[in-house]
Design a protein around this ligand. Structure first.
Ligand code: KG4
Ligand code: ZN
Length: 345
């Protein structure tokens, strides 16, 4: 079954064709970075306008690269939540219209479910496992028992990890997008230059939760308070020390969840899963089987949407053409299933 997957939840206009949930026949990602760069962040109105302009050529390109015509496609899938409303609406409306016009099944996909599936596109991974979803909008530690079943153990109580990377980069004028730039700078810096505080969320309900707002404030407004003597205040050192704390925060909670559940396979997804320090930190844990998607599949792409859609379709699920977009999914709360919270469709 060949599924055409569309992703337009933020600032990438993307379309991919994936066969049977695994074989990527094409994966086109048109990035809008140059258009948002001067504003040091994503401008929602610019993002939706670019999506509207690019969606048709991007879908056509995906078909061209896969050497397929629309007749060869068995189903259409689009991201419908969460994300920027205007951006989501372009890909969702395009996908629904295409499905209606060609009389093919349509399936609406939760973006985070797509991110969790990205590593499955190139690996045979069996359930259950510990999922680490880290992106511009989310930081989630979840026990994953199927492609659509997540028990959310921990989440951020304030900002997401990706947002912290982006805001630190913006404040220090390091460039946009912040994550990749900080990752690169940090490789030339010394993480010991500053000792930023790791949030202490140790008790009860917060056992697996993370927080990045305090770290963001410390790095932006209280840098000197946490700076260690003898280290030069360079951007490289700052990036390394910030990144170390951000990654430590995630890894410490993840290890706690691993210890409590006994699950030793960890699967990561989302833009921040591209981070080289996060990958290295987890690789040091030889007792764990850590699976990261290839870099190209960490950020937003259509392949993860088409991939996970295949499993819904195989099960007989379909989304009605009345399916709408949703900018937010009700908070990722702790507890079993949370399928509605996770936004089934
Ligand atoms: O998954 P994604 O492309 O979009 C969302 O769903 O949000 O994630 C984007 C986030 C941004 O905050 C970006 O700065 C971050 O992922 N990111 C990184 C790296 N590459 C992208 N963060 C840290 N290190 C990276 N190498
Ligand atoms: Zn994403």
């Amino acid at each position: 079954m060949k599924v055409l997957g569309i992703e337009s939840s933020c600032d990438e206009t993307a379309c991919a064709i994936v066969e049977d949930g695994h074989k990527i026949l094409s994966n086109v990602v048109a990035t809008q970075i140059p258009f948002h760069q001067i504003y040091k962040g994503v401008v929602p109105e610019i993002a939706s306008r670019k999506h509207a302009e690019w969606i048709l050529p991007v879908v056509k390109q995906a078909l061209l690269e896969a050497k397929l015509s629309l007749d060869d496609i068995d189903a259409i899938a689009s991201t419908n939540r969460p994300g920027l409303m205007g951006s989501l609406l372009v890909g969702l409306t395009f996908g629904k219209t295409l499905a209606w016009a060609t009389n093919k099944p349509f399936i609406a996909i939760n973006h985070m479910m797509g991110h969790m599936y990205a590593a499955h596109l190139v690996n045979d991974i069996s359930y259950p496992y510990m999922g680490l979803l880290v992106s511009g909008g989310h930081s989630i530690i979840a026990m994953v028992t199927d492609f659509d079943k997540f028990e959310i153990l921990g989440t951020t109580i304030d900002d997401s990890v990706g947002e912290a990377f982006d805001k630190v980069s913006k404040f220090y004028n390091l460039g946009y997008p912040g994550g990749v730039i900080i990752d690169k700078l940090a490789q030339k810096g010394d993480a010991k230059a500053a000792s930023f505080p790791v949030p202490k969320l140790d008790k009860g309900d917060h056992r697996y939760d993370v927080s990045f707002s305090g770290l963001k404030t410390a790095v932006i407004h209280q840098r000197d308070m946490f700076w260690n003597e003898g280290y030069e205040k360079t951007n490289e050192n700052l990036a390394a020390a910030f990144q170390e704390t951000a990654c430590n925060t995630l890894v410490s909670r993840l290890l706690r969840a691993v210890e409590d559940t006994g699950l030793t396979t960890i699967v990561a997804g989302g833009g921040v899963a591209a981070n080289s320090r996060l990958r290295a930190m987890l690789a040091e844990h030889k007792e764990l089987n850590c699976i990261f998607p290839p870099l190209k599949l960490c950020g937003d792409n259509g392949a993860m949407i088409a991939g996970v859609a295949y499993h819904f379709l195989k099960r007989g699920d379909r989304s009605g053409l009345g399916t709408t977009a949703c900018a937010r999914i009700p908070q990722f709360k702790r507890g079993l299933a949370n399928l509605e919270a996770f936004g089934r469709r």
